[in-house]
Design a binder for this molecule. Structure first.
Ligand code: NAD
Length: 437
């Protein structure tokens, strides 16, 4: 099929490359000239495992091109809208200006039978609104909403073999032309048994908001348990293992730590609350305010734990932060709890050095006031305290004996409960985890 992908960020660039991998002819379109130049040269503009190899592989087939020119969408039959929906400045709601601008820019290039497919995470009601615009422009075109569930760090695999597809179409009708078009786009994963659910627009939009709210709630639940465990002298990691063995609960997303961040969960639960308020259903989601508050409290708590670890004073303490990305295997620092904690420590007088295998460039653009060191050993040298805040594999596998020889004071705060406390204590470290004695 001929496909256009509008917006080539963390979602769109991966989607474009994966659609070409599935055998389609794809044009990726973005307003960011630098990103498009990188992508056109087979270079991933951000770190995502496997993306660069995939870009090179599919570009060699001639099935994937990139441009900043929206007219290149003409001739495609399916147009995926993958632009950003960040939080509005000073408000909880989502900023829809990019989705609206991208859709408007696409309209003149639509032909009869085309399907515009929204993938961005949007407030419920957006698809119905945009469907009208599409129909006004081209009465024989269609709009569908196909929310994306990929995880950064696993984006290529999640796009090629997702655990489900959700198609939101007018009135949720199975015999809608958009359903047939999406079935053709995704025929390979569907043929491998991936489930697909057809829903009306509002349900499809709400599936994404509900999924992220549930995940955020699970993380904040275990972090609330960590707070109680800390007060009671109990161990949240054992608690999580024990409750996680109940398959109604499940062990995934029950890791206590410094909380969630990134370009999705925080802004998505806030946008969901804002939208529910507009719909008069705000009471239904007041619990998400608590989920958000528990999450943000982890950051201040981590600063306090660091102060305790440093003997009650942060002023002048040399602190090494391991990890800046919001999660391992990504260079995404949007609303990264690690960087937020590093910045708060620095504000309180500590001398903070941040290291990360992939995200130092992005981190330095967001927080230029912090010190950055790419080499882990150099970053650790003479530290008064070490904070493991993003659990990259190389940090989980640090040798406590070798690391002790580098630092000034052998104190570690394991913000992700990713290390073995016994091993670190046995090597002479003062070890603090989250929600464990
Ligand atoms: P991003 O900021 O990395 O990418 C957005 C891209 O859209 C940018 O490259 C930007 O230049 C481009 N853009 C903006 N306006 C445009 C326009 N008018 N025309 C063409 N391109 C335009 O954001 P992202 O992380 O890729 O997220 C995109 C959407 O996908 C968001 O709604 C997000 O919530 C959702 N989503 C993201 C993920 C994820 O893991 N990143 C997962 C699921 C859903």
């Amino acid at each position: 099929m001929q496909i256009s992908v509008i917006g080539c960020g963390y979602l769109g660039a991966v989607h474009a490359a994966c659609m070409a991998k599935l055998g389609h002819d794809v044009v990726g379109i973005d307003v960011d000239e630098r990103k498009i130049a990188d992508l056109a040269a087979g270079k991933a503009p951000f770190f995502e495992p496997g993306l660069e190899e995939l870009l090179l592989e599919v570009q060699a087939t001639g099935r994937l091109t990139f441009t900043t020119d929206m007219s290149a969408a003409q001739g495609s039959t399916v147009h995926f809208v993958c632009v950003g929906t960040p939080q509005k400045k000073g408000e909880n709601a989502a900023d829809m200006t990019y989705v609206d601008a991208a859709t408007q820019a696409l309209l003149p290039y639509l032909s009869a039978g085309d399907v515009v497919v929204g993938k961005s995470t949007v407030p419920v009601g957006t698809a119905a609104r945009l469907a009208e615009l599409v129909l006004q422009q081209e009465p024989k075109a269609h709009l569908a909403w196909n929310p994306e569930f990929l995880r950064e760090g696993h984006a290529v695999k999640d796009t090629l073999t997702p655990d489900r597809f959700v198609y939101g179409v007018h009135e949720g009708s199975e015999d809608h032309a958009a359903v047939a078009a999406l079935d053709e786009v995704y025929s390979t994963p569907l043929g491998m048994g991936t489930r697909r659910l057809v829903a009306d627009y509002a349900t499809a939009e709400l599936v994404k908001a509900a999924a992220n709210s549930f995940l955020a709630t699970k993380i904040s639940f275990i972090n609330a348990m960590a707070e109680v465990c800390e007060a009671a002298g109990a161990d949240v990691t054992v608690l999580a293992d024990a409750i996680g063995l109940d398959d109604r609960i499940g062990r995934k997303f029950l890791n206590a730590g410094i909380g969630f961040g990134g370009g999705c969960l925080p802004k998505d639960i806030r946008a969901f609350m804002a939208r529910a308020g507009e719909l008069g259903a705000d009471q239904a989601l007041t619990f998400l305010r608590e989920v958000d508050a528990i999450n943000m409290r982890r950051r201040t708590r981590t600063v306090e734990l660091t102060r305790e670890l440093c003997g009650g004073v942060l002023m002048g303490q040399r602190i090494t932060v391991l990890g800046a990305a919001f999660k391992p295997d990504s260079d995404d620092v949007r609303d990264s709890p690690a960087l937020s904690i590093a910045a708060q420590l620095q504000l309180q007088g500590a001398v903070v050095t941040v290291t990360d295998p992939e995200s130092l460039g992005n981190a330095a653009r967001r927080f230029p006031e912090l010190n950055y060191e790419a080499n882990t050993e150099e970053a650790l040298r003479n530290a008064d305290a070490v904070l493991l805040l993003t659990e990259w594999k190389e940090y989980r596998h640090l040798d406590p004996h070798e690391t002790r020889d580098l630092v000034g004071n052998a104190r570690i705060l394991d913000g992700r409960n990713a290390l073995d406390p016994q091993k670190w204590r046995a090597a002479g470290w003062t070890y603090r985890g989250v929600g464990r004695p």
